[in-house]
Design a protein around this ligand. Structure first.
Ligand SMILES: O=C1O[C@H]([C@@H](O)CO)C(O)=C1O
Length: 547
């Protein structure tokens, strides 16, 4: 089957948390329309850019793009940006069931509301290894009143002009939240607490039924704890893979992750309950995100009689690490990883300065997006368009102290990429460290394009290349496309470089990727088919459009 969508991206004044902001919408909505498909379907999205003066690109997060690497939607890596007035055609196959996402992948545009969900069902007639009565979907985000342009400008300004994005103004659940307009005092003209746009999202349930709730996060910055008052959740899917079921009261979820949880509506049905999100891992100043778990036939807007449940301590890493480690592949659905890696790349995550600018680096190299997309540059041998150096595969293990700020935080900027042998098995060790200020190490959600990886393990402190691999889980590791790197810890991943193309691997915090926190992998470029000219037109790729 082929599913055809016609989408129009526009900027509109919207008040998702009661505060009026220029929001990027798809067909008038943020979140945009949910794509519902069956495994094996071809999805075609004709995306019209109706922004006045801004380019756009949309990434299909979790879709591997096998055979269609030019449809990954990553500006600078797989395509040129789509100009205002132009229509770009994305075409790809959704080859696995599960919960996926889409969002802008150009500058920090995702922050302004350009995102949505992709739900892929098993083929008709097939069943899943768990049962439920109804399928529901919630996207969690954080929300800023400043525009992504103001953020980008602040982040890119050197010296004392550097302006960190700070904590979000509110947390949204399915595109809705509530900002307390009275905080703004007399300047509250753009904030209207009785706007119908910021009525809390109701999730209506029928007493006694079991729900499969797809919960995903596309926050710009925040790690979240998600909770439904009075109800436990059984985790059954992560990033499109079945999880050996386990129960949680609160689900920790990082930007770019998707989960399915089963929830039974088995509590007192005469009232409604709170659905909440809270910031974890950063000192919390943003009020909780709220939605209503609405027991039919109570009114959807009837507020629960209780106060929202208290969140876990923001700075307690232990339960977060424990939940990460609890996520294993479901029995009967285990993909066994290759026994050993052909190549190991250790990536030390640090905050740095480069010529007076605040940046993030991997092994002291901060990523810079070139103007000719890599896919085009590599396929057409325009190798002068980016650095041909080999980026470092490790750091000074012996001498680098991950628990303290680096004595010399100066790093270099580069657009060099890792070129992987086709079909080779690659291990990535993400190593966290102290930031530039003492006693501070943040959580980074890492997302890989074009692949799923096995999560071989998480650990605390400095990864030991000799001892720690013996602790890898090679029995039943979960496969994912996004994982957290916890403060002062490490995360070990394995993937097979079997998808011809060029793929970004980056921190999913918008501001961090913007500040250089990412790398790019190439594999099997010689196997990539003829590139569509629609992805061209910028940098040196202009030459292919001339007659
Ligand atoms: O890159 C960042 O900058 C700030 C802070 O370190 C400086 O304000 C922060 O929390 C980041 O993650």
């Amino acid at each position: 089957r082929t599913l055809n969508y016609k989408w129009e991206v526009k900027s509109e004044l919207k008040s998702p948390d009661c505060f009026k902001k220029v929001t990027l919408t798809i067909n008038g909505r943020s979140p945009g329309p949910t794509i519902y498909a069956h495994q094996g379907d071809t999805v075609i999205v004709e995306l019209k850019n109706s922004l006045f003066t801004e380019n756009v690109a949309i990434h299909w997060h979790g879709i591997r793009q096998i055979g269609t690497p030019w449809s990954d939607g990553t500006e600078g890596v797989t395509q040129c940006p789509i100009l205002p007035g132009e229509t770009f055609r994305y075409q790809f196959v959704v080859d696995r069931p599960g919960t996926y996402l889409y969002h802008a992948h150009y500058g920090m545009q995702r922050e302004d509301g350009l995102y949505g969900s992709i739900v892929v069902w098993v083929p008709e007639g097939q069943t899943e290894p768990f049962s439920y009565d109804l399928d529901r979907n919630l996207i969690l985000t954080d929300w800023y009143h400043k525009s992504s342009h103001e953020h980008a400008t602040g982040l890119a300004t050197p010296g004392s002009g550097f302006n960190w994005v700070g904590e979000p103004d509110s947390l949204l659940i399915q595109g809705r939240g509530r900002f307390n307009c009275s905080i703004l005092g007399s300047s509250s003209g753009t904030c209207n607490s009785s706007s119908t746009e910021c009525v809390l999202h109701p999730l209506t349930v029928v007493p006694g039924k079991t729900y499969r709730l797809r919960v995903s996060s596309l926050t710009s910055l925040s790690a979240l704890s998600f909770q439904i008052e009075g109800h436990t959740m059984t985790v059954v899917e992560a990033d499109g893979h079945y999880v050996e079921p386990f129960q949680v009261n609160n689900l920790f979820i990082y930007s770019g992750e998707t989960y399915s949880v089963l929830i039974k509506a088995d509590q007192d049905p005469s009232r409604n309950y709170w659905i909440t999100t809270n910031v974890v891992s950063r000192s919390r100043t943003t009020p909780p995100g709220l939605a209503i778990f609405n027991y039919y036939p109570n009114h959807q807007s009837r507020l629960p009689p209780t106060t929202p449940p208290a969140p876990p301590a923001w700075n307690d890493v232990t339960p977060r690490l424990a939940q990460s480690q609890a996520i294993k592949a479901r029995q009967g659905f285990i993909h066994t990883p290759p026994k050993a890696a052909d190549k190991v790349i250790v990536l030390l995550n640090t905050q740095n300065t480069v010529n007076g600018r605040r940046r993030w680096s991997l092994n002291n190299v901060s990523f810079n997006m070139p103007h000719t997309p890599y896919l085009i540059a590599l396929k057409h041998n325009l190798l002068h368009t980016f650095s041909q150096e080999k980026p470092p595969t490790g750091y000074d293990f012996k001498n680098y102290d991950i628990f303290n700020p680096a004595p010399n935080p100066e790093a270099t900027v580069s657009d060099a990429i890792y070129r992987l042998d086709f079909n080779s098995t690659v291990d990535i060790i993400l190593q966290n460290a102290n930031m530039m200020s003492p006693n501070n190490s943040e959580t980074h959600p890492w997302h890989l394009h074009g692949h799923d990886f096995w999560v071989l393990g998480y650990g605390e402190g400095k990864f030991d290349l000799y001892k720690d691999p013996s602790k890898y889980n090679l029995e039943n590791p979960i496969m994912k496309n996004t994982v957290p790197l916890h403060p002062y810890g490490w995360t070990a991943l394995r993937f097979v470089a079997d998808n011809p193309g060029v793929w970004a691997f980056h921190c999913h915090i918008d501001a961090h990727f913007f500040m250089g926190m990412g790398v790019v992998f190439e594999e099997g470029i010689e196997r990539v088919g003829k590139l569509p000219t629609s992805i061209m037109g910028c940098g040196e790729s202009k030459r292919f459009l001339r007659p």
